[in-house]
Design a protein around this ligand. Structure first.
Ligand SMILES: [Zn+2]
Ligand SMILES: [Zn+2]
Length: 443
């Protein structure tokens, strides 16, 4: 059909396409369309780049160029401050598409955590989205310029053997000091308005919180101390690690683990913004928050965005660690080593997710008690871990064992309240304790 349209009409169609993937597939459709594209590649690609990146196109292009220049200290790209918005190269187009996808993924994550927990898309208004993206790009420009060099100066100056001793003075050498001066100068030159400083500080917090949640979700043994480890990487690489949960990257030594000093990559910058504590909050980006006074359907306390139902159960992953699940088993089960070890192995083996857990509980005759809620009812983490899971996890775990074809032993009369299960391995192996007591609570 496009073949019969005039050159100008095809041009209008191509320039109004939403992204480069669509443009690429559209120009493969026919010789005629491809010919129109060949005649005007730059104007068409630039228009599509605008659709994807809007007002932040020039920053996105600079990030792509900096990343591909390897942020080489001698690179002329580092001194080139001029605005640039023309796109004429498919390699650049593909890299810009990655930037656009990454920005969108962070915005959705931010929106679900801080704007509207009940929507899986970004609920940010146009001006909130603009501020969020402006802060993101300020951060990304800073990272693109200094991240790799920061890691290199770290590698050049390894700290004490264990790398964890925070009583030791910070590693310091001339190269590092010089780099810190450049970072401070850069921030002073580029981010002078207080609104933009506040936005950037809010973005720092969001990123630090996101990474802390990521480490919890993969049960990393040094979750809290290492959360800044990823911060010197480009935002698309960070998102890739979060989405694939691929911590192999760390184990291969691709990223050197000096958390104290890497922390400073962001926190030194944060100090440089000279903000008072009261000015560092989400209000720098958000005008209002949807559901901030919502209450938990079980305890009736106001929990706002810290509430979960089937629309955001997946987000529990950053709040609670899967390996902690056995702590929430009923009665003395949490001290039954036979059951807790088996549960841990199961969680590690399967790609565990909280959504599947919750759906299964609700579908397998849940023990709801007086609460009697449904999948759509909002629960706070205190009620989940203090009441809902203790009432249901042992049944869920029993069902998973049955699914795996494990023969369930005879029930112990004292059920999950049995004390013998906590100190006698043979007793714990001989009887099933994933059940209610049929006799008093002593064994
Ligand atoms: Zn509650
Ligand atoms: Zn027992």
């Amino acid at each position: 059909m496009l073949d019969r349209l005039s050159l100008d009409v095809v041009d209008i169609i191509l320039t109004s396409l939403p992204d480069f993937s669509t443009l690429w597939s559209t120009i493969q459709v026919s010789q005629h369309v491809h010919g129109v594209f060949k005649a005007r590649p730059t104007s068409i690609m630039t228009a599509v780049a605008h659709s994807q990146l809007g007002p932040h196109l020039s920053e996105a292009i600079r990030i792509v160029r900096l990343k591909h220049a390897g942020a080489d200290a001698q690179s002329p790209l580092l001194n080139d401050e001029g605005p640039e918005t023309a796109v004429s190269d498919w390699r650049v187009a593909r890299a810009l598409e990655t930037v656009a996808t990454t920005v969108k993924a962070y915005e959705i994550m931010f929106s679900r955590r801080h704007k509207d927990r009940s929507r899986n898309a970004s609920a940010l208004s146009e001006s909130e989205s603009f501020r969020f993206q402006r802060a993101l790009f300020h951060y990304w420009m800073y990272q693109a310029r200094f991240g790799k060099r920061w890691r290199e100066t770290d590698e050049a100056d390894p700290i004490d053997d264990d790398g964890w001793d925070d009583d030791e003075p910070e590693p310091s050498n001339a190269e590092r000091d010089g780099l810190i001066q450049q970072q401070k100068q850069y921030l002073a030159n580029h981010i002078s308005q207080v609104e933009q400083k506040r936005e950037l500080a809010a973005f720092f917090m969001f990123l630090a919180e996101t990474l802390a949640g990521f480490y919890r979700s993969v049960d990393h043994p040094h979750a809290d101390s290492q959360r800044s480890m990823l911060l010197t990487l480009a935002l698309d690489d960070v998102m890739n690690v979060i989405e694939t949960r691929d911590i192999a990257l760390f184990n291969q030594g691709t990223i050197v683990l000096y958390p104290q000093s890497l922390n400073n990559f962001v926190w030194d910058a944060m100090d440089q913004l000279n903000l008072e504590q009261k000015d560092v909050n989400w209000r720098a980006i958000l005008d209002d928050v949807i559901g901030e006074n919502d209450i938990c359907s079980m305890c009736q306390e106001v929990r706002g965005l810290e509430l979960y139902n089937e629309t955001n159960w997946d987000m529990l992953r950053g709040v609670l660690s899967p390996s902690q699940l056995s702590y929430y088993l009923q009665g003395n089960l949490k001290r039954n080593a036979v059951e807790t070890q088996a549960l841990k192995q199961k969680l590690a083996k399967d790609d565990f997710n909280f959504s599947a857990l919750m759906h299964a509980i609700f579908e397998e005759s849940p023990n709801l008690g007086a609460w009697n809620g449904s999948k759509s009812a909002w629960l706070c983490t205190e009620c989940l871990t203090g009441t809902f899971w203790p009432n249901n996890l042992h049944l869920w775990w029993l069902h998973r064992k049955q699914d795996d074809g494990i023969v369930i032993k005879e029930d112990c009369r004292y059920g999950y309240n049995c004390r013998t299960q906590t100190h006698s391995q043979s007793h714990a192996q001989k009887l099933n304790h994933l059940c209610d007591a049929t006799r008093g609570d002593r064994a």
